[in-house]
Every structure is written in structure tokens, then in C-alpha cells.
Design a protein around this ligand. Structure first.
Ligand code: ATP
Ligand code: MG
Length: 153
């Protein structure tokens, strides 16, 4: 059904902001356009929450997270950037696979199962969309999501 994507993102950020604040991580939200799209609200909300939860979990103390929303005539774009530990280049091909985690020891400490990004990619593909990662170790990570506006659930 027709969902207000700006509101969907604001709801997610409202829920996750206190968790970020606990680690003194600043969360910035930038919306460049109002976006209404035919998407599955519950599933897309889970997919984007996974990205932002990762951006918190794999960030540094006093770091930042930037979430932005934009659109053209065909697609809307959600970008999640963080100032965190980054992902080694040779691992970037595998992070969307189920149960894959970059550093087993480190990941065990921080909890989780390694399913988050697999679910996120699945939901985005279900919406005929795409997700891409750009990352540099020790500098941070950006996930770019693109979803057609006219996707009908
Ligand atoms: P879960 O999401 O199931 O709680 P998880 O966070 O380990 O566990 P994914 O979300 O699928 O699993 O992420 C897979 C791996 O990719 C992570 O273990 C982590 O090593 C790496 N990763 C994901 N997002 C980031 C990020 N923003 N910065 C650095 N590494 C990341
Ligand atoms: Mg995760």
C-alpha cells in the first residue's frame, strides 16, 4: 500500500536514537524530498532498521550516522553512512550472505547472528530494488538502497 517513507524513517530513527545516544553517536537525518511509495511497511522497516542497527553496533564512541532520503521520477534512495570501523574489501562480497560475520571474535562480543544484512537484501530484492555497499576499514561504511516508487505489494 502507499506508505510515507519520510515518516517510516522518522519512526525508525526515533526508536534507535536513544541506543545511539548511549554510545554518544550522533544521528543525522536528511530528507531531500517527500516520498510516497507502494511498499511493504513492516518488511521495509525491518530492512532499514537492520542497516541503522549495524551503523550503531559497528561505530566508534563519539561517532556519527547519517541517514538520507531522496528520489527521482522512478526510484527512491535511502543512504545510511557511518563513521565506524568499516568492512575489509575482501569481506564486502560476503556480508549479505546468511551467518557471515567479518570478525568472529569481535562479532560474538557484540552479539547477533549474521542474518541482518541477508534479511535486508532479501526484502529489497522482493521490492525489485538494489543495495550496494561502499566501505573503507577504519573510516566508515555507506549502504545505498534503491527501490522503484511504483512497486506494488
Ligand atoms: P545480526 O544483524 O544478525 O544481529 P550481524 O550484525 O553480525 O548480526 P549482519 O547485519 O548481517 O550481521 O552483518 C554481517 C557482518 O557485516 C557483521 O557481522 C559485520 O562484521 C559487518 N557489518 C555490517 N554492517 C557493518 C557496518 N555498518 N560497519 C562495519 N561492519 C559492518
Ligand atoms: Mg546486523
Amino acid at each position: 500500500s502507499s506508505i510515507n517513507i519520510n515518516e517510516l524513517l522518522e519512526q525508525i530513527l526515533k526508536r534507535l536514537r536513544p541506543i545511539a545516544k548511549n554510545r554518544n553517536i550522533e544521528m543525522i537525518y536528511e530528507s531531500f524530498r517527500p516520498v510516497i511509495a507502494d511498499i511493504d511497511e513492516v518488511k521495509l522497516s525491518l530492512a532499514i532498521s537492520n542497516l541503522i542497527e549495524n551503523a550503531i553496533k559497528y561505530n566508534i564512541e563519539d561517532g556519527w550516522i547519517r541517514v538520507s532520503l531522496n528520489a527521482d521520477h522512478k526510484y527512491f534512495f535511502i543512504k545510511v553512512s557511518d563513521s565506524g570501523i568499516g568492512i575489509p574489501e575482501d569481506a564486502q562480497d560476503y556480508i549479505f550472505e546468511r551467518f557471515y560475520r567479518v570478525d568472529k571474535a569481535r562479532s560474538r562480543e557484540s552479539g547477533g547472528t549474521g542474518l541482518g544484512l541477508a534479511i535486508t537484501k532479501n526484502v529489497i530484492q522482493m521490492h525489485r530494488g538494489a543495495i550496494k555497499v561502499y566501505s573503507k576499514e577504519g573510516e566508515g561504511t555507506t549502504f545505498n538502497v534503491r527501490i522503484p516508487l511504483n512497486y506494488i505489494v
